[in-house]
Design a protein around this ligand. Structure first.
Ligand SMILES: [Zn+2]
Ligand SMILES: [Zn+2]
Length: 234
């Protein structure tokens, strides 16, 4: 594959064909869609993608694929981002050095954090959940950063984690509740949980740790069956 791409880049006379092959090779390599677009204003081509690998990394691969071919190695690269990926990158970047929180800025800090983070969209779930919560605070670059600046790092993480929604019910529990004509909110209220917010185990047992204690992960929850039978009778 690499040999073919290098051959096309260095031998093809057709720029559109070169750029098309290059975008496809990058898409295959990183599992993120890359596109090549001709810029009328600069009479040159630009490679676009969102999140995924860093610009530095893509620049490096271009240099390896087309060494000595400035038309390719100096292509304009444009790495876009989603709010969630940017927020995830910023949180992980601060976590690597919490002193960064003291002068976190909407431009430089975000550019540096995102620019140095590979595949922020594939970060561990805990960081994505924290970023999601931060985005709920309001516009990320203004309200979100103000919210962070108002706390020390340990407090910020604690607050983001506390607000992470409690685990909901698993598919089996949802199916059994539905069969009994009981909604999740009703099941939470019947088990004296405030605000109709389920905070028991995902199997439907009101104990917060049922799986692995009352029954094995692979077996159906006996607690849910017994409690549901009582609830439906009364
Ligand atoms: Zn149980
Ligand atoms: Zn259970």
């Amino acid at each position: 594959m690499t040999t073919t791409v290098t051959y096309v880049l260095t031998h093809s006379k057709s720029r559109p064909r070169q750029m098309h092959i290059l975008a496809r090779a990058l898409t295959d390599r990183y599992g993120v869609p890359f596109t090549a677009a001709y810029q009328e204003s600069t009479h040159d081509w630009r490679i676009d993608w969102s999140n995924g690998p860093t610009e530095e990394e893509v620049r490096g691969i271009l240099t390896r694929l087309a060494a000595g071919l400035p038309a390719v190695t100096s292509l304009t690269l444009s790495r876009g981002y989603t709010d969630l990926a940017e927020a995830t990158a910023l949180l992980m970047w601060i976590d690597a050095d919490p002193t960064r929180l003291t002068d976190v800025s909407s431009y430089w800090s975000c550019r540096e954090a995102f620019g140095s983070t590979r595949f922020p969209e594939r970060a561990p779930e805990v960081w994505i959940a924290r970023a999601q919560r931060l985005l709920e605070v309001g516009h990320f670059h203004t309200a979100g950063l103000d919210w962070l600046r108002a706390r020390d790092w340990a407090t910020a993480l604690g607050d983001l984690d506390a607000a992470t929604p409690a685990p909901t019910l698993n598919a089996s529990a949802l199916r059994r509740l539905e069969a009994a004509g009981v909604t999740v909110a009703d099941w939470a209220k019947l088990n004296h949980m405030s605000g109709g917010q389920w905070c028991g185990d995902v199997c439907g047992c009101p104990d917060d740790r049922c799986i692995g204690r009352h029954h094995a992960e692979s077996s159906e929850c006996g607690c849910l069956g017994a409690l549901l039978a009582v609830a439906v009778r009364s």
